[in-house]
Design a binder for this molecule. Structure first.
Ligand SMILES: NC(=O)c1ccc[n+]([C@@H]2O[C@H](COP(=O)([O-])OP(=O)(O)OC[C@H]3O[C@@H](n4cnc5c(N)ncnc54)[C@H](OP(=O)(O)O)[C@@H]3O)[C@@H](O)[C@H]2O)c1
Length: 302
C-alpha cells in the first residue's frame, strides 16, 4: 500500500516508518523541515513537504494514498485547545478526501480519553470524554463524525509509549525529580498508568491499515497499569535520590499542572484489540526501559 503518514518525523513516526517499509508498504512521510526530510529519505520513505495545518497540501497527499495514518500533533500544552481544534480540522480534511472509498484513515488518540464506565480498566468500547471536558478529545470527535458518515476510519488510543529514551508523561516526572532532588507519589501510589513499548505500538498501526475494521477503537496497551509508586522507586534508584509519599494537598506544590492527573487510576485494557487483530505485544516493559534510561542526562530544563 502507498501510506501517507503525518508525524513521520516524530517519536512514533520514527519507528512506524521502518515498520511499514519492512512489511512492503510504500511510505510517504510528511515533513515540515529539511532535517525531517533528510531523516525520512534515509529511512527509505518518500518525503512530502508541508505543514499539517496546510489543509490544501494535506488533501493532495491523501488523494494519492491507499491508506492514511495521522500521528502528527503539536505538543505545546500551553495552547492545547487551539492545537486540538486544529487536529480536528486535519482529521476532517483527511477523512473528506478518503470518503466514499474503503481506503482507511487511522487517527491517534490516548487511552486517558476513554471514560471507564465501571471503574475497571478502560476498554475499547468505552465512550471518550468530550472536548469541553478535555480539549484533546477533539480528535476523537472528528473521527466520530467521519465514522457516522460511513468513512473507513479507526482510532488508535495510545498509553505511555516508551523506549529507553522517551516515556510519555513519565518524562515529566523525571524532569521534576531532577529539579527537586526527590521523587514522589501521592498516598500509597497504587494508581496506575498503562504503557506499551513503541515497537508494539507501531505494529498495531500496521495491523490497523492492513485488516482493521471501520469505526473501531484500538487500544495499544501492552501493560494495563503500572503503579505510580513502582515507577517512582525505579526513577529514584536510577537517579539515586529519595522516594517519598506525599498527601493530595501537597501534590500541586510538587507537580504543578500535572497535580490533577497524578492521583487518577488510568489503567486500560487491550483485550478486544488483541482478539480482533491478533496483536501480541512483547516488547520490553515500562520498568525495564526505565531502569535502562541514562539518568545522567539533564532533563530538568527541557
Ligand atoms: N508518545 C506517547 O506516549 C503518546 C501517548 C498518547 C498519545 N500520543 C499521540 O501520538 C501521536 C504521536 O506522538 P509522538 O510521541 O510521536 O509525538 P512527537 O514525537 O512530538 O511528534 C510529533 C510529530 O508531529 C509533527 N508535527 C507537529 N506539528 C506539525 C505541523 N504543524 N506540521 C507538520 N508536522 C507537525 C512533528 O513534526 P516535526 O518533527 O517537524 O516537529 C512530529 O513528526 C500524537 O498524536 C500524540 O499526541 C503519544
Amino acid at each position: 500500500m502507498r501510506v501517507f503518514l503525518t508525524g513521520a518525523t516524530g517519536f512514533i513516526g520514527s519507528y512506524l516508518v521502518p515498520e511499514l517499509i519492512s512489511a512492503g508498504h510504500h511510505v510517504v512521510g510528511l515533513s515540515r523541515s529539511d532535517a525531517g526530510a533528510e531523516a525520512l529519505t534515509g529511512a527509505g520513505a518518500e518525503v512530502f513537504r508541508g505543514d499539517v495545518n496546510d489543509l490544501g497540501r494535506l488533501r493532495s497527499a491523501a488523494e494519492t494514498a491507499d491508506a492514511v495514518i495521522h500521528a502528527a500533533f503539536n505538543h505545546d500544552f500551553s495552547n492545547l485547545k487551539q492545537h486540538s481544534e486544529a487536529d480536528g480540522k486535519v482529521i476532517k480534511a483527511l477523512g473528506d478526501v478518503l470518503a466514499g472509498s474503503d481506503r482507511p484513515l487511522v487517527v491517534t488518540s490516548g487511552t486517558g480519553l476513554a471514560r471507564s464506565r465501571t471503574g475497571s480498566p478502560a476498554v475499547e468500547t468505552d465512550d471518550h470524554v468530550t472536548s469541553a471536558e478535555f480539549p484533546r478529545a477533539a480528535s476523537e470527535e472528528a473521527a466520530d463524525a467521519l465514522i457516522a458518515s460511513g468513512g473507513n476510519v479507526m482510532v488508535i488510543r495510545l498509553p505511555q509509549v516508551h523506549d529507553t529514551r522517551r516515556f510519555g508523561r513519565i518524562t515529566q516526572h523525571i524532569k521534576l525529580a531532577q529539579q527537586q532532588g526527590r521523587v514522589v507519589y501521592v498516598g500509597e501510589g497504587r494508581n496506575r498508568l498503562p504503557a506499551v513499548h513503541v515497537s508494539d505500538a507501531v505494529h498495531l498501526y500496521r495491523l490497523a491499515i492492513e485488516k482493521g475494521q471501520a469505526g473501531a477503537r484500538y487500544h495499544a496497551v501492552g501493560e494495563e497499569g503500572v503503579a505510580l509508586c513502582d515507577i517512582a522507586e525505579v526513577i529514584g534508584a536510577g537517579m539515586k535520590v529519595p522516594v517519598e509519599s506525599i498527601t493530595p494537598q501537597e501534590a500541586s506544590d510538587y507537580f504543578g499542572p500535572l497535580a490533577n492527573l497524578v492521583t487518577i487510576d488510568l489503567a486500560a485494557s487491550s483485550a478486544l484489540t488483541r482478539q480482533q487483530l491478533g496483536w501480541d505485544p512483547h516488547g520490553p516493559d515500562l520498568l525495564t526501559d526505565l531502569r535502562n534510561l541514562d539518568y545522567t542526562l539533564d532533563r530538568s530544563t527541557s
